[in-house]
Design a protein around this ligand. Structure first.
Ligand code: GUN
Length: 286
C-alpha cells in the first residue's frame, strides 16, 4: 500500500495565506493584529521556535514584539510583564515560550495571561471551554493535527482514535478534539498496559511521546492514518519523529512526515488564533 503523505508544509502555507488575506482586510479597517512573544533564558530550541513565530507574524502582516528576558528573571517580574501586555490595546495575543528556566512557575505565568489574549489556549478558562466544546482558541498543535486530518479526508466519526501521550499541550486536548468529532478516543501513556495491543486498534493514531521512532510497525493497524507530533534526533543526529517512518509508512493509509508534517501547522494555527483574538477584541464576529 502506498500511503498519502500528508503535506504539512503545503497545508500550513494555505492556512497562512488565508490569515494573510484576512489580515489585509482588517488593515483596511485600521486593525493590525499584534502578538507579544516572551522568551526567558537561552534554550536553543526555544530560540528557534520564537524566531520562527516572529517571522510568521511578519509574513502574514501582523505586528509582533519579542520580550527576551534573562534566565535570572523573577516570577514577579515575569508576571508584571504579562500584566502590562494584558493592558495594551495594540497587543492581541501573548505567548510565553515554554519550558521556562528552573525556578519559574509556568502555571503562574499562564494564569496571568488574560484569557482573551491567550493564543496558546493554555489558560485554565480556555482549557475548560475546550472541554465544553465552546472555545475561541484551540491549542496550536492539536488544532494543526485536526487540519491535517481534514485536509487528507481522514474519517474520524465512529473511528477508533488512539493518542499516545497525555501532556496538557498536546495529548489531552488532542483527545478532546477527536472526541468532539465523534471519534472513540483512547489516550495512552507510560503506565498503559499492552500498549501495542491498544495502538493496533487505532484507525487514527496520534503519536506525541517525545521518543525517537517509538511507534514501530507492529504497533500500527494496516490502513491506519498516522500523525507524528514528535520532533527528535535519531542515533545519527538526524531529525526524526516519534514514528519509525520507513517501517510504518508502507502499512498505513496516510502519514505525516517529520519534518514537514505537524511542525509547520503549529505556527500556522498560532497565526489563526492571533487573528481571531484581534477580531474578537475589536468587536468583530468570528
Ligand atoms: N513550547 C513547546 N510548544 C509550545 C507551544 O505551543 N507554546 C508555547 N508557548 N511554548 C511551547
Amino acid at each position: 500500500m502506498s500511503p498519502i503523505i500528508i503535506d504539512g508544509k503545503k497545508i500550513s502555507a494555505d492556512v497562512r495565506a488565508q490569515v494573510a488575506a484576512e489580515t489585509a482586510k482588517l488593515k483596511e479597517q485600521g486593525i493590525v493584529p499584534g502578538l507579544a512573544v516572551i522568551i526567558v533564558g537561552d534554550d536553543p530550541a526555544s530560540r528557534v521556535y520564537v524566531n520562527n513565530k516572529k517571522k510568521a507574524c511578519a509574513d502574514v502582516g501582523f505586528y509582533s514584539e519579542e520580550h527576551a528576558l534573562p534566565a535570572e528573571t523573577t516570577q514577579e517580574e515575569l508576571v508584571a510583564l504579562v500584566q502590562q501586555l494584558n493592558q495594551r490595546k495594540d497587543i492581541n495575543g501573548i505567548l510565553c515560550q515554554l519550558p521556562l528556566p528552573k525556578g519559574l512557575d509556568d502555571k503562574a505565568v499562564i494564569n496571568a495571561i488574560a484569557p482573551e489574549k491567550d493564543v496558546d489556549a493554555f489558560h485554565p478558562s480556555n482549557v475548560g471551554r475546550i472541554m465544553l466544546g465552546e472555545y475561541s482558541f484551540l491549542p496550536c498543535t492539536p488544532a494543526g493535527v485536526m487540519e491535517l486530518l481534514h485536509a487528507a479526508d481522514v474519517e474520524i466519526s465512529g473511528k477508533e482514535c488512539v493518542v499516545i501521550g497525555r501532556s496538557n499541550i498536546v495529548g489531552k486536548p488532542m483527545g478532546m478534539l477527536l472526541l468532539h468529532e465523534n471519534g472513540t478516543v483512547t489516550i495512552c501513556h507510560s503506565r498503559t498496559k499492552n500498549l501495542a495491543e491498544v495502538t493496533r486498534r487505532a484507525d487514527v493514531l496520534v503519536a506525541a511521546v517525545g521518543k525517537a521512532k517509538f511507534v514501530t510497525a507492529d504497533m500500527v493497524k494496516p490502513g491506519a492514518a498516522v500523525i507524528d507530533v514528535g520532533m527528535n534526533r535519531d542515533e545519527n543526529g538526524k531529525l526524526c519523529g516519534d514514528v519509525d517512518y520507513d517501517a510504518v509508512a508502507p502499512i498505513c493509509s496516510a502519514i505525516t512526515p517529520v519534518p514537514g508534517g505537524v511542525g509547520p501547522m503549529t505556527i500556522a494555527m498560532l497565526m489563526r488564533n492571533t487573528l481571531t483574538a484581534a477580531r474578537m477584541q475589536n468587536g468583530l464576529d468570528n
